[in-house]
Design a protein around this ligand. Structure first.
Ligand SMILES: NC(=O)c1ccc[n+]([C@@H]2O[C@H](COP(=O)([O-])OP(=O)(O)OC[C@H]3O[C@@H](n4cnc5c(N)ncnc54)[C@H](O)[C@@H]3O)[C@@H](O)[C@H]2O)c1
Length: 249
C-alpha cells in the first residue's frame, strides 16, 4: 500500500452520516473525511457549520437538512448521493433524541422518541440497503447507547427501548447483509459531553473507570474503525465506548 493510503484508508469512499450537524455525528463526519471519505451530513438542523469545518480542514463534505422521519426524503438523499458519486460505502445512523424521563413517561414522548430513534433510523437503513447489497459492499454503523445494556437512569424508558431495538437491528442486518458484503455494527456510547447531555446532572466521575466523560471524538474514532478496512471481519458487534462503565463483551 502506498504511504499516503495509510493515513487515508477511506480515500475514494462516500459516507452518509445522520445527525451530522453537531456532537457525535459532526465528529464522525470529520473523522471519516480526515480518513479520505467524501461525507454527506444530514440533520434536521442546518449542517452548514459542520460542512464548513470539514472543508476548512481540507475534507470533502456536503450537507442536507433532513428529518429522518421523512422516509421519501431519506430515499431521495441516498439516490442523490449515488447519482453524484456512483457509490455509497457507509451509513452512520447516528441521529437521535434523548429527552430526560423515567419509567412512566408520557405517551407523546414515547411516540416521538420511538419515531425518531427507531423508525427514523430504519428509514435511513431502508434507503441504503438495496444499493449496498447490489454493489456487494457496504458498512452500516448504528449509534446505540449503553442504556440498551444497563438500563437508563436519567433517560426515559422509550430511549432505552429504542436503543435496545437498534442492537436487534444491528444483529439482524449483520446476519442478512453478510452474504451480500454488507457489514453492520453498533457503537454504544456512555456519558458523552454534547448538547444532548448538557442539561443532564453531571454524575459521579468515580462511576467511570477512566474518570472522565467522553468527547464526541472518543466515539468518532471507533465509528471510523467500523467503517474502515481494519474491521473487515467484524459484523454484528457492539463496541462499548463508555470509559469502562460497561465491561461486557
Ligand atoms: N451524548 C451521549 O452521552 C450519548 C450517549 C449514548 C448515545 N448517544 C447517542 O449518540 C447519538 C448522537 O447524539 P449526541 O450526543 O451527539 O447529541 P446531539 O443532540 O448533539 O446530536 C444529535 C443530532 O441528531 C439530530 N436529530 C435529532 N432528531 C433528528 C431527526 N428527527 N432527524 C434528523 N436529525 C435529527 C439533532 O439535530 C442533532 O444534531 C444519538 O443517537 C444519541 O442517542 C449519545
Amino acid at each position: 500500500m502506498a504511504q499516503a493510503d495509510l493515513g487515508r484508508p477511506l480515500a475514494g469512499q462516500v459516507a452518509w452520516i445522520t445527525g451530522g450537524a453537531r456532537g457525535i455525528g459532526a465528529a464522525a463526519g470529520a473523522a471519516l473525511a480526515e480518513a479520505g471519505a467524501t461525507v454527506w451530513l444530514s440533520d434536521v438542523l442546518d449542517c452548514d457549520g459542520a460542512v464548513a469545518t470539514i472543508r476548512a480542514q481540507g475534507g470533502e463534505a456536503h450537507g442536507r437538512q433532513l428529518d429522518i422521519r421523512d422516509r421519501d426524503g431519506c430515499r431521495r438523499l441516498a439516490e442523490d448521493i449515488l447519482t453524484a458519486h456512483g457509490r455509497l460505502d457507509a451509513l452512520v445512523a447516528n441521529a437521535g433524541v434523548c429527552p430526560a424521563g423515567r419509567v412512566a413517561g408520557d405517551w407523546a414522548q414515547w411516540s416521538r422518541v420511538i419515531d425518531i430513534n427507531l423508525h427514523g433510523t430504519q428509514n435511513t437503513i431502508a434507503a441504503v440497503w438495496e444499493p449496498m447489497c447490489a454493489n456487494r459492499r457496504g458498512r452500516i454503523v448504528i449509534v446505540s447507547s449503553m442504556a440498551w445494556y444497563r438500563g437508563g437512569v436519567i433517560v426515559g424508558t422509550e430511549y432505552t427501548a429504542s436503543k435496545a431495538a437498534l442492537i436487534g437491528i444491528t444483529r439482524h442486518l449483520a446476519r442478512n447483509g453478510g452474504p451480500h458484503g454488507v457489514l453492520c455494527n453498533a457503537v454504544a456510547p456512555g456519558f458523552i459531553d454534547t448538547a444532548m447531555t448538557a442539561d443532564f446532572p453531571q454524575g459521579d466521575l468515580e462511576e467511570i473507570p477512566l474518570r472522565r466523560r467522553g468527547t464526541p471524538e472518543d466515539v468518532a474514532g471507533p465509528i471510523r474503525f467500523l467503517c474502515g478496512p481494519d474491521s473487515a471481519y467484524m459484523t454484528g458487534c457492539v463496541l462499548n465506548v463508555t470509559g469502562g462503565i460497561v465491561l461486557a463483551a
